[in-house]
Design a protein around this ligand. Structure first.
Ligand code: UT7
Length: 323
């Protein structure tokens, strides 16, 4: 398990932003088109409504711009853009290149596809770039799953949706916010959740559920061990927003009370790469995180992948942002 070398240049999040398309589809709307009920969806998933529409580039530009504005950084001073997405607008070029241009960035830009674990993969990657000398990195998680969802399939149509969340990371003097991380993948499980090019998502929901809880708990445990902290130290857990029962079950197994979990899925549905930054931004905007708090981000997704990170909010006391 990789540990963070001592004296490595760290980073902190200095701004965040979100974007959700305006069109809302409620559970009652779905009752009109597929054989389901609001009661079933609410009870089995925790989702009440979801947002659909827009493009991956459009939503990324909106959330990215909001994060840049909050951080106050000059877009031209950003050293890299990492865009986590499973649903790029085109095969070529990468959506990140178009987002880079539309935001007025002058830096390298690349997409990462690790499905619903993508934002945490991107965040860990961004810390690596900062350790190698970058000072400012924009990390965006965006998905437009509505375009690859079969809206006649009640197995998946009740879950998936669109959205975007972004953060600006800035290099600091001290060790910064990242105390521990874990990235995982098990390609032998690809058949349980996949979409072929040009096709819609196919999912074995029960098997994904079963594995999701296990791999979230495994990954979060590794990150906590790596950071030298325990579940009691975690002030806020920001899990992938797929199903409230998955979140509840993972929290139970980790020994983290559900009150310490950030959830937005009741109004967003499962937005894949966007779900963790959307839930993080919601908790930050609600004032749920204080300086020094430990935040556990933990995701799982198609692959199947898993990823987690422990962030000490604001970094240590020596975490002054580098000019
Ligand atoms: O980012 C990762 C993405 N994917 C996931 O995280 C998915 C993880 N899995 C899940 O969230 C859940 O497995 C689902 C929400 C997909 C399904 O919930 P479940 O509790 O596993 O339901 P089930 O498949 O065991 O079905 C239970 C019953 C069945 O009826 P019978 O056989 O008991 O009569 C299903 O036919 O519910 C029925 N059912 C539905 N009823 C109303 C299945 N889907 C629906 C539906 N509306 N949409």
């Amino acid at each position: 398990m990789p540990t963070i070398p001592p004296n490595v240049r760290g980073a902190v999040i200095t701004g965040w932003g979100t974007a959700l398309p305006p069109k809302v589809i409620t559970n009652h709307d779905l009752e009109q088109t597929i054989d389901t009920t609001d009661e079933w969806i609410t009870e089995r998933t925790g989702i009440k409504e979801r947002r659909v529409g827009g493009t991956t580039v459009g939503l990324s530009v909106e959330s990215g711009r909001a994060a840049i504005e909050m951080s106050g950084v000059d877009p031209a001073s950003i050293d890299a853009l990492v865009l986590a997405t499973t649903t790029p607008d085109r095969c070529v070029p990468a959506s990140s290149a178009t987002v880079q241009h539309e935001l007025g960035l002058r830096c390298g830009a690349f997409d990462i596809n690790a499905a619903c674990s993508g934002f945490v993969y991107g965040l860990v990657q961004a810390h690596g770039l900062i350790a190698m000398g970058a000072k400012k990195v924009l990390v965006i998680g965006t998905d437009t799953l509505a375009r690859i969802t079969d809206w006649d399939d009640r197995n998946t149509a009740i879950l998936f949706a669109d959205g975007s969340g972004a953060v600006v990371l800035e290099a600091v003097e001290g060790h910064g916010q990242l105390l521990g991380w874990d990235l995982d993948a098990d390609g032998s499980a690809e058949r349980f959740l996949y979409a072929d090019i040009g096709d819609t998502i196919h999912m074995d929901g029960k098997e994904v559920f079963r594995r999701a809880v296990r791999i979230m708990v495994d990954s979060a445990t590794k990150s906590m061990q790596h950071a030298g902290v325990t579940a009691d130290d975690i002030a806020l857990v920001v899990p992938h927003q797929a199903n409230v029962r998955i979140i509840q079950s993972a929290c139970d197994k980790l020994g983290i009370p559900m009150e310490r979990a950030a959830t937005v899925l009741h109004r967003t549905g499962n937005t894949s790469s966007a779900s963790i930054p959307l839930a993080l931004a919601d908790a930050l905007d609600a004032g749920r995180v204080r300086q020094g708090d430990l935040v556990l981000l933990v995701g799982f997704g198609a692959g199947m992948t898993a990823a987690s990170a422990i962030l000490q909010w604001g970094g240590g006391t020596d975490s002054a942002v580098l000019a």
